[in-house]
Design a binder for this molecule. Structure first.
Ligand SMILES: Cc1cc2nc3c(=O)[nH]c(=O)nc-3n(C[C@H](O)[C@H](O)[C@H](O)COP(=O)(O)O)c2cc1C
Length: 193
């Protein structure tokens, strides 16, 4: 839609942009036109967003470990974002920018941690495209968080870089190897961009 609209307007000398919602751009409208163009093409940069939900810190530890592994693999742009502390609009902003997305969740009432679920619903509504995904997380007894995110990804036909990594309560030595594998796969895929 945006690309079509921009084509239609391409012959005009635009001085002000007054969108139906959002700010009015009076100075240098060229800058925002360039950004609209970039965002509406779903173009990505090399980098990975790790968005997670964690109550006791088990899932958070996994997120931090993956971030370190990604850095070992030479990924410079890594965003580690706690969905309980960062509003989803900021997380979506980063996901819009970078190719790789890793979702982490504990299990909460047989399902995904609520803030993470909300993030997924919003991403789906915005029709995010051209990204690669991975999933990790924890559970206490019967699980459901990681499974819920995987179902979401499959339903949207989004690409997963490898199998999810799921642990009971907290990650141990054998799980860290799996998390490193997940990070390696993600780093490789993101560099192919
Ligand atoms: C409010 C609450 C609800 C939970 N519900 C479930 C559940 O339905 N199924 C399950 O397997 N574990 C459940 N758990 C256990 C957590 O998923 C588990 O302790 C997990 O390791 C917590 O990860 P975190 O440290 O990242 O928060 C629940 C824990 C809490 C506090």
């Amino acid at each position: 839609m945006v690309q079509r609209a921009m084509k239609k307007l391409s012959g005009l000398d635009i001085k002000i942009i007054a969108s139906t919602h959002g700010p009015v751009w009076r100075k240098n409208p060229e800058r925002i036109i360039t950004l609209y163009d970039k965002w509406s093409k779903y173009e990505t940069e090399e980098g990975v967003v790790i968005a997670y939900g964690s109550m006791y810190g088990n899932t958070e530890k996994m997120a931090d470990f993956i971030a370190r592994c990604l850095a070992d693999e030479g990924i410079k742009n890594i965003r580690v974002m706690n969905s309980s502390e960062v509003h989803e609009s900021f997380i979506i902003n980063e996901i819009w920018r970078f190719k790789g997305v890793l979702f982490g969740t504990n299990t909460y009432n047989n399902g995904i941690f609520p803030r993470m679920e909300n993030l997924l619903i919003n991403l789906e509504h915005k029709g995010i495209k051209n990204r690669v995904f991975g999933v990790f997380g924890t559970y206490g007894w019967s699980g459901g968080g990681v499974k819920g995110i995987v179902e979401y990804i499959n339903k949207n036909k989004w690409e997963m870089v490898c199998d999810p990594v799921e642990v009971q309560f907290s990650a141990h030595e054998e799980h860290y190897e799996k998390l490193r594998h997940l990070a390696k796969k993600m780093a490789k895929r993101v560099k192919e961009n």
